[in-house]
Design a binder for this molecule. Structure first.
Ligand code: NI
Length: 170
């Protein structure tokens, strides 16, 4: 009895340790069970004709982020659009390669919405000791730091777990 309780606890701890805090209980089963979360930053190229935050473009970009989620390609913990780049905290399906997925997303938005991206993108895999909340808060301060809004919560071009759940009807 005592032994089985202990091994149950050990199992529980090992599961929880796999995932950064707060995320572990909300990741769907198709997300890579390694729990890897990447901070991705994609910049537009100089020849990009309009700002990513243009009223006629930003909602479409966010729609494409949600479409990738509906197709179980990635799970965004955060996706934020700035005028000339995007920041995202993303987990990926176990069957997808991160670089391939991001490349496909860039290409799709180039072909469908005329966005010109820089060729490469920045990616950083969050280490276990790094806090997802701190990283998210830092990214959400981007528009404030650039003087585009006075409080992070005012920025319209962002998807977080709350707005994602709402958009998916969860
Ligand atoms: Ni930035």
């Amino acid at each position: 009895m005592r032994r089985s309780a202990r091994s149950t606890m050990r199992f529980f701890v090992s599961i929880v340790e796999l995932y950064p805090r707060r995320l572990h209980h909300e990741l769907p089963s198709w997300v890579n069970p390694s729990g890897a979360i990447f901070h991705i930053r994609i910049r537009t190229a100089k020849e990009n004709p309009r700002l990513l935050t243009d009223q006629s473009l930003a909602p479409k970009l966010l729609d494409s982020v949600l479409e990738y989620l509906r197709r179980q390609i990635w799970w965004p913990s955060l996706f934020l659009i700035m005028p000339d780049h995007v920041h995202a905290l993303l987990s990926f399906s176990a069957t997808r390669r991160m670089t391939r997925v991001v490349g496909d997303w860039k290409k799709w938005n180039h072909q469908n919405h005329g966005v010109f991206w820089q060729e490469n993108f920045f990616d950083h895999r969050l280490r276990r000791e790094e806090s997802l909340e701190e990283k998210a808060a830092y990214i959400r301060k981007n528009p404030v730091a650039k003087g585009l809004c006075s409080r992070a919560e005012e920025w319209p071009w962002v998807l977080d777990s709350e707005s994602i759940r709402k958009a998916l009807g969860l």
